[in-house]
Design a protein around this ligand. Structure first.
Ligand SMILES: C[S@@+](CC[C@H](N)C(=O)[O-])C[C@H]1O[C@@H](n2cnc3c(N)ncnc32)[C@H](O)[C@@H]1O
Length: 249
């Protein structure tokens, strides 16, 4: 079963000590992917992130997502997590995989990396964890500020979350980021409507049109109230815009 951090109040998901204790407790249980496995996310990843990209996986935990991406052709994934326990475990596990690097780091301060050093940042459940901790809005702003700084122009921040647009768009749509955001909604693993056909599956791959305020359309029906949201946040390609402008002159 995949877990969900929507039951925020029960645990302190924003606390490094909580995660260290949890990974210690789970040592020996192997890997674990929150929300979704790479197989379900692959169409979105492949569509937005070329395999030659330099990728930052924020809050990697013990997920096999990065390993699966390497098997699918991705060449460089830097994985960070606040938990020393998780990072030590993953570093040992993947020491023979040159495409994967593991670094202990707080996503609110990733100053070790220079500006615009990644083509893509992937976040599965980490912003959600910060949103469950103390000072959530400040922590979220610090993390997203770092994500924005680290992305190259034209790069993409892929956020996989249980947070719907009312909860996430105020943080993602800040003018200072100027991200072009596309939203997808995918069912939890194992949730299928009776009579599901290929055409339904295909429709998950279509972005949901958002209102001007970045919300779901009033008539939008959520078939699974616990579905997962994928926000594809593209950093403006300044160079392209500049060259477009000079072509107009
Ligand atoms: C819900 S788990 C998701 C793990 C993994 N991304 C996955 O999909 O299975 C959240 C992860 O974020 C990490 N985390 C929480 N706060 C963090 C922070 N401030 N900086 C870096 N990682 C953090 C936790 O240690 C945990 O591994």
């Amino acid at each position: 079963m995949l877990r969900d951090v929507s039951a925020c109040n029960t645990y302190n998901y924003g606390d490094a000590l909580y995660w260290d204790a949890r990974y210690l407790q789970e040592a020996g249980c192997g890997s674990f992917d929150w929300y979704q496995r790479y197989s379900a996310l692959r169409p979105f990843v492949r569509n937005y992130v070329p395999t030659s990209s330099r990728i930052l996986m924020v809050g990697c935990g013990s997920a096999v997502m990065s390993e699966d991406m390497v098997k699918d052709g991705y060449e460089e994934i830097v994985n960070v997590d606040i938990s020393t326990v998780a990072i030590d475990m993953m570093r040992r596990k993947y020491e023979h995989v040159p495409q994967l690097k593991y670094m202990q780091m707080d996503v609110r301060d990733m100053s070790v990396f220079p500006d615009e050093s990644f083509d893509a940042v992937i976040d599965k459940g980490t912003l959600d964890s910060l949103m469950c901790g103390t000072n959530a809005p400040i922590c979220a702003a610090q993390m997203l500020g770092e994500v924005s700084r680290l992305l190259k122009h034209g790069g993409v921040y892929m956020l996989i979350t249980y947070g719907d647009p009312t909860a996430r768009m105020p943080h993602l749509s800040r003018p200072v980021f100027n991200w072009k955001i596309e939203l997808y909604i995918i069912p939890r693993p194992g949730i299928q409507k009776p009579g599901d056909s290929c055409s339904n599956v295909k429709s998950y791959l279509e972005p949901i049109p958002l209102t001007e305020k970045g919300l779901l359309p009033a008539d939008y029906v959520m078939e699974d109230p616990d579905a997962h949201f994928i926000y594809m946040c593209k950093k403006n390609d300044e160079r392209v815009e500049l060259s477009d402008k000079s072509a107009d002159l």
